[in-house]
Design a protein around this ligand. Structure first.
Ligand code: PMP
Ligand code: GLU
Length: 396
């Protein structure tokens, strides 16, 4: 059978593929310590579920406007004012089926064939795939652990050409958890203003920032930078709502109208019930977010302590999100548990799953060979057992 070239060359999302493999093994009765998917293990808070039930009972089970309900757009504006003192208008907002869909639609309406999109590494697995799907060319800006996995402005400036359409930023970052310092965000924003390109700022982990770390909402860094910013966010991570599929884009009203038009032909509205629940998430009590962050803070401390005790498994301390991204290349071409030898991160993950029953995601998926990602959005008992097994696997 013949398929379209753009989809034929697309790779399956490697985070989702790794989780699928772990779940298949579990379903076959095997024990697997699973740290693949970046999704909170908590249930969606009760008051949010309650709002969804009420919405269903009240008959909010019909189509909504393709770009989302006025109530949710208003709630997003209210939350932006509360959280960032950021004044935005509903005409600048569109709701999509999760932040991944938001990013896809932004790239689809903004990229012409051959446009270049700058992406600092390590980057979330779907960025480069979605750029290519939109006809753009992903241009990686390679960063190292030594530089804290942060690009310098000079590195970005070097890659700017007449075809540069935008830079994709993600602070806190998946997979590293690194937060971009405010001064760096400002400098990148100024570069965008000077060279007339856009900043797609994926702020999906903005509520998951650990004590002592500091970053900023890109739209708060002055009006010139705000005009060039396309902000993406959603309810998945902060409110443990990954399955509800609600994300949004904030940006120039003209661009929002283009996305609205696209959605009207492509998906129609995101789920009406999920939209009502998201209003409750954004405007209801926020202590659930603080409680989940507290649990993530304890898990983070535990995981980082255990990794520090393993020789060679170095990392940059994550200032946000719920991932530990650590180096395993010191263990390549050496006998590991069961005498197995590996020479890259993907084979490392396969061997660790087979020998140690631990599922991680390869750094190759994030443009960072030699590293692996562990999601600590899971319970402490699983983390304890999993880290014991990782240590034993590496000890050989
Ligand atoms: N951006 C980043 C950096 C992510 O890690 C994720 C993971 N889910 C998303 C966007 C998409 O989130 P969702 O589609 O669940 O809203
Ligand atoms: N974003 C999460 C992750 O990185 C969920 C899976 C996905 O959408 O890729 O694991």
């Amino acid at each position: 059978m013949q398929f379209s070239p753009s989809v034929s060359k697309l790779q399956e999302s490697q985070t989702i593929a790794a989780a699928k493999k772990a779940k298949e093994l579990k379903a076959a009765g095997k024990t697997v310590y699973e740290f693949t998917l970046g999704e909170p293990d908590f249930n969606t808070p009760d008051h949010i579920c309650e709002a969804a039930i009420q919405a269903m009972r009240a008959g909010k089970t019909h189509y909504t406007p393709a770009g989302g309900t006025p109530e949710l757009k208003k709630a997003i504006c209210t939350a932006a004012l509360r959280d960032y003192q950021l004044q935005i208008d509903p005409s600048q907002v569109i709701i999509s089926n999760g932040a991944k869909h938001s990013i896809h639609n932004v790239l689809s309406v903004m990229c012409s064939p051959g446009d270049e999109v700058l992406i600092p590494t390590p980057y979330w697995v779907s960025y480069s795939a979605l750029v290519e799907l939109a006809g753009g060319i992903p241009i990686e800006i390679f960063t190292t652990e030594e530089q804290g996995f942060l690009p310098s402005v000079e590195q970005i400036a070097e890659k700017v050409t007449g075809r540069t359409r935008m830079v994709m930023l993600n602070s806190p970052c998946n997979p590293t958890g690194v937060v971009f310092p405010v001064a760096l965000l400002k400098a990148i924003g100024q570069l965008a203003v000077e060279h007339d390109f856009y900043i797609l700022s994926d702020e999906i982990y903005d509520k998951l920032i650990y004590p002592g770390a500091e970053t900023a909402c890109m739209m708060t860094l002055g009006s010139e930078i705000a005009e060039r910013t396309i902000l993406v966010n959603g309810v998945s991570k902060a409110y443990a709502m990954t399955g509800w599929r609600i994300g949004w884009t904030i940006g120039n009203p003209e661009m929002i109208k283009m996305i609205d038009k696209l959605q009207s032909q492509q998906t129609s509205n995101p789920c009406s019930i999920s939209q009502a629940a998201s209003v409750a998430a954004l405007t209801g009590p926020q202590d659930c977010v603080a409680e989940m962050l507290k649990a993530f803070t304890a898990r983070r401390a535990f995981v980082l302590d255990r990794l520090r005790a393993i020789p060679g498994c170095s990392f940059v301390e994550p200032g946000g999100a719920f991932y530990a991204f650590f180096k395993v290349s010191d263990y390549f071409d050496r006998p590991l548990q069961g005498g197995v030898k590996v020479s890259n991160s993907s084979d490392f993950c396969t061997a660790l799953l087979e020998q140690g029953q631990v599922a991680l995601v390869t750094g190759d998926a994030f443009g960072a060979p030699g590293y692996v990602r562990l999601s600590f959005a899971t319970d402490m008992a699983t983390l304890e057992a999993g880290l014991d097994r990782i240590a034993a696997f590496l000890a050989g």
